[in-house]
Write a new protein. Sequence first.
Length: 342
Amino acid sequence: MKQALSVSVPRSDHPWIHRVIRRFARPVLVAGTVLFGGVALAQDASLEVTATSSASAFGRTVAPGTESLARAGGVSSHASTDGQLGGLTGGAWASAWGVVDYGHMQLQTVGGAHLSGAGTIDQVVSSAEAHARLTDSFLITCPTCVAGTEATVTFRLVAEGGVFADGNLVQNPDLGSGTQFTAFSAISSGFYMSAPDVNNPGSAVQDAMFRSLLRMQYGGDSHDRPIWDGEHTASFIIGQPLSFTWDAVVQGSATVGNFNLDAAMDGVSAFNTSFGSSLYWGGITEVRDVNGQLLSGITAFNAVGVDYANALAPAVPEPTTGLLMTVGALMLLAAIRRQRRR
């Protein structure tokens, strides 16, 4: 099994492309319909989604493990802990959820950490990650399509996500770096289709993006590369399925720590990373034959009847999970802003 995409701090360069090698049966044209004599028109899809979270404070770690699903559907994970040690009081929590279906994925992580007090050295930490992978294939047909001839297909991919990471720290007296917070948020998406890219001769169709944000007490950094193209044109043989693999990851972490016994501190850190409703197959915009003539009446069914000729945008995120995570992120953001006004 291939390894899932992942992101980490501070490295931001990752291998996005998962090469897919497939062999298909020879098509036969019968009465204008492409048939495969006992073989499915398109290969069976593979769908995977995972979610994991952890929270630790004062020597206690809550890590419920990775929730996973190897079919269409959703998973979620939540971890939280709080307490006190000596003169410190604090806690951490994190949530992750993911949904995968034919043509789209939904991923989000959110969490935070807070710590206040004096006289004790310790830290609180939260982290979460959600990952989804969709491997599928579809067969393009139309009333005038002729099996065995070359054609081109232009399609759209939508991958728009958001990263939020922030925090605030108050220390009295100000003793420099004796206390600290970090907040990290990252999204990534990688797409590969086993078909030649018309606009990039010698290469298969592929797309990738990575975006991250790191905040710390005395600065931070952000990365946004490479640029997601979104629209691609592939060449193919009519009657042979097109196969693709699409991976996406969201992750975040938050930490607040006290490492100075001589100061009172109050700190909060939070992250919210989302591919909520903006990671989906955007549909086929056109198909042209070997002579450049536009073909009409296009369908692009996979093995279970999903038509990739259409845009396959997801529904609104699950109300209970999405609402819980959004409200939690807003509360943490409000806490950060209140502290900055002090």
